[in-house]
Design a protein around this ligand. Structure first.
Ligand SMILES: Nc1ncnc2c1ncn2[C@@H]1O[C@H](COP(=O)(O)OP(=O)(O)OP(=O)(O)O)[C@@H](O)[C@H]1O
Length: 628
């Protein structure tokens, strides 16, 4: 059988983005260049894990070399550092596909961020994202890759100086590893130390000591190799043998992040199913936290064999968690797709999710500060669970923290909230919006403040959704302060609050009726408010209507063709309203004022007057009267 393969070297130009990235690497001033080694070792380990998996269905791929191994070879005389693995390897075509383009999602995100922050120093970002294979060009003036795919009797090389092109050529089998990939870095003058044992050993131990493939170091070309990492699965070791540092190193290699874990959950489940779990909550927000596909990042192993990093083990609202699950029960010879449907995986999903939420609850009880930091980063994501995961809603409500009219710089739990309920208060009040500052000054809150009633301030988009799902906490329903009647009449005012000075009078009632007729096209009702104390007006949603914030959100997304007309609430005790009510309607003054009050309420809600021209004409007339 003949296969069509290239017989002569072929030179290709890098994708535009790769060239840009490479220019940055070559001129990088990034202070922590050591990370390139971690990226290359992690690729080598991935390749070994891929082979381990493919070897289950096709044992012949392993040949007579079944033990995975990564070899790091130093040659200080030649200024050369080589990383070699006996993993899955690449064909010439695969090298062209993966080493000339940007395959890695992290690298893509890096480029996007770079474009968004044009002009800013890219080096900080390199540290944040890690840019995979291409980071080799931070230390090498030339990179050669020799590879032979498992089961193939051909080998190829990929060579580049990182200046815009790369060359792929067939090579003699003798010049490539028997199986797997050899990456040879020709080090730059200022990167010579990466061919020295002390430096390389230190970096590998610190960064890659826990990759699940053993690593051997060869100090010089004909030296014997020494083991510098045993490839033991950290997650199978007893907790007592693992230090914080070990966990942090492992976290970085499994998560591809450069921060530290804020919280680690490591346990072994025994019983109907057996599995080990080692998961981490990152200290900082991962770059893809709000990607539309909301993908999780838990790796699935079966008896130490890596299966996939796309197994949906955790619900999407826990997508920020990194780590792995290693099952003893799933069959190894099942396809990835079938594994996803297996009842064993279902049981694992349930177990791990419950355990993580339980652990977070414990953390919040025992170390409120540490928990608060996690909530600050991931609260908006966890809240997605309030509308997606009915079964665990109660647990999630217990974990939720809120800003409120009484929280100051701190956070409040619902337990805190219900402990402070006022006499006759039957609901948990909240206000949604996009800006915490504006929320806290919105007129709708005045009557609540006057009664000392705490109102939760919910600034995240997700808050508009879960609050509408009939959620309650300890039998208390959630109620929007901008929706329906405020029912505040039964709750006593706090001492010293702005008390109603004068009772509602007939003139005010007449003005309300007048405003209702005048504004009939724009509002569904005009009524006296018990939620206002200092402001004259505010807008609320009708009792059965959708919360105003949610309505605005849906309307701006084009998902709401007709919005319900709001209710204009007027403060009958407000001096302006009282004066206005008793004035005559000379020259249509009352009509102008009714419209202006409505526009004022819109502005307080962060909206604009609907008819800017009419608004300015009315204001004009009013100002002329005032000065004239
Ligand atoms: N040692 C290797 N053996 C086999 N394939 C490799 C090796 N090194 C790199 N590759 C291939 O090149 C691709 C690009 O590598 P790069 O490090 O840039 O990103 P990545 O490892 O895919 O990123 P991520 O960690 O986000 O999956 C890899 O996905 C893999 O297909």
């Amino acid at each position: 059988m003949t296969t069509e393969t290239a017989t002569a070297p072929e030179t290709h130009a890098f994708e535009a983005d790769v060239s840009k990235l490479l220019r940055m690497m070559v001129h990088s001033v990034y202070s922590d260049r050591d990370v390139f080694l971690r990226e290359l070792i992690s690729n080598a380990a991935d390749a070994c894990e891929k082979l381990r998996y493919e070897g289950i269905a096709t044992p012949s791929l392993l040949g007579d070399d079944p033990q995975p191994c990564i070899r790091v070879l130093l040659d200080a005389d030649q200024n050369r550092l080589t990383i070699e693995d006996n993993g899955i390897g690449m064909t010439a075509a695969e090298m062209g596909e993966t080493l000339g383009t940007i395959a890695r999602s992290g690298t893509k995100a890096f480029m996007e961020r770079l474009a968004a922050e044009a002009g800013k120093e890219g080096s900080q970002l390199i540290g944040q994202f890690g840019v995979g294979f291409y980071s080799a060009f931070m230390v090498a003036s030339q990179v050669e890759v020799f590879s032979r795919r498992a089961g193939s009797d051909e080998a190829a090389s990929w060579t580049s100086d990182g200046q815009g092109t790369y060359t792929i050529a067939p090579v003699d089998l003798a010049d490539a590893p028997t199986r797997g990939t050899r990456v040879v870095l020709h080090l730059m003058e200022d990167a010579k130390s990466y061919a020295e044992r002390y430096t390389v050993e230190r970096i590998i131990k610190a960064q890659s000591g826990h990759v699940p493939v053993p690593i051997m170091l060869f100090e010089k070309p004909d030296a014997d190799g020494v083991d510098i990492a045993d490839g033991a699965a950290l997650w199978l070791k007893p907790k007592s043998e693992i230090s914080e540092e070990d966990y942090a190193d492992f976290y970085r290699s499994v998560a591809g992040q450069y921060d530290k874990p804020a919280h680690t959950v490591h346990y072994r489940a025994e019983g109907r199913y057996e599995y080990s779990v080692l998961t981490f909550i990152p200290e900082t927000k991962p770059f893809d936290l709000f990607d539309p596909d909301r993908k999780g990042h838990i790796k699935l192993y079966v008896r130490r064999v890596f299966i996939t990093d796309e197994a949906p083990i955790l619900p999407r609202y826990l997508r920020f968690v990194r780590g792995l699950v290693d099952s003893a029960d799933l069959p190894l010879n099942m396809s990835r797709e079938m594994i996803q449907d297996s009842p064993v995986l279902g049981a694992i999903q349930k177990g791990v999710t419950g355990r993580l939420l339980g652990d977070l609850q414990k953390l919040s009880d025992n170390d409120a500060e540490a928990y608060q930091r996690i909530w600050e980063n991931f609260g908006p994501v966890l809240k997605e669970g309030l509308y997606e995961d009915f079964e665990r809603r109660e647990a999630l409500l217990g974990l939720a923290r809120f800003k409120s009219t009484t929280s100051g710089d701190g956070w409040r739990s619902l337990k805190d909230y219900v402990a402070q309920l006022k006499e006759n208060q039957t609901a948990i009040y909240y206000a949604t919006g996009s800006d915490l500052d504006r929320l806290s000054t919105s007129p709708q809150l005045e009557g609540f403040r006057a009664r000392g009633i705490e109102v939760l301030l919910l600034p995240d988009q997700v808050d508009n959704f879960w609050t509408t799902m009939g959620v309650d906490y300890e039998g208390k329903p959630f109620k929007s302060v901008t929706q329906g009647g405020a029912d505040l009449g039964l709750i006593p005012l706090v001492e010293g609050a702005d008390k109603p000075t004068e009772p509602e009078n007939a003139a005010v009632a007449d003005f309300l009726a007048f405003a209702k007729t005048t504004l009939a096209d724009a509002v569904s009702d005009v009524r006296a408010s018990d939620r206002l104390t200092t402001s004259a007006v505010c807008l609320v949603a009708p009792e059965s209507g959708m919360d105003r914030q949610l309505e605005k959100l849906l309307a701006s997304a084009g998902q709401l063709p007709t919005a319900a007309l709001p209710v204009l609430e007027i403060n009958p005790r407000h001096a302006l309203i009282q004066k206005l009510a008793s004035s005559d309607d000379a020259d249509g003054l009352k009509s102008d004022l009714a419209h202006l009050l409505l526009d004022q309420a819109r502005i307080a809600d962060g909206e604009q007057p609907t008819d800017a021209r009419a608004f300015s004409d009315r204001l004009d007339r009013l100002m002329s009267r005032a000065v004239g």
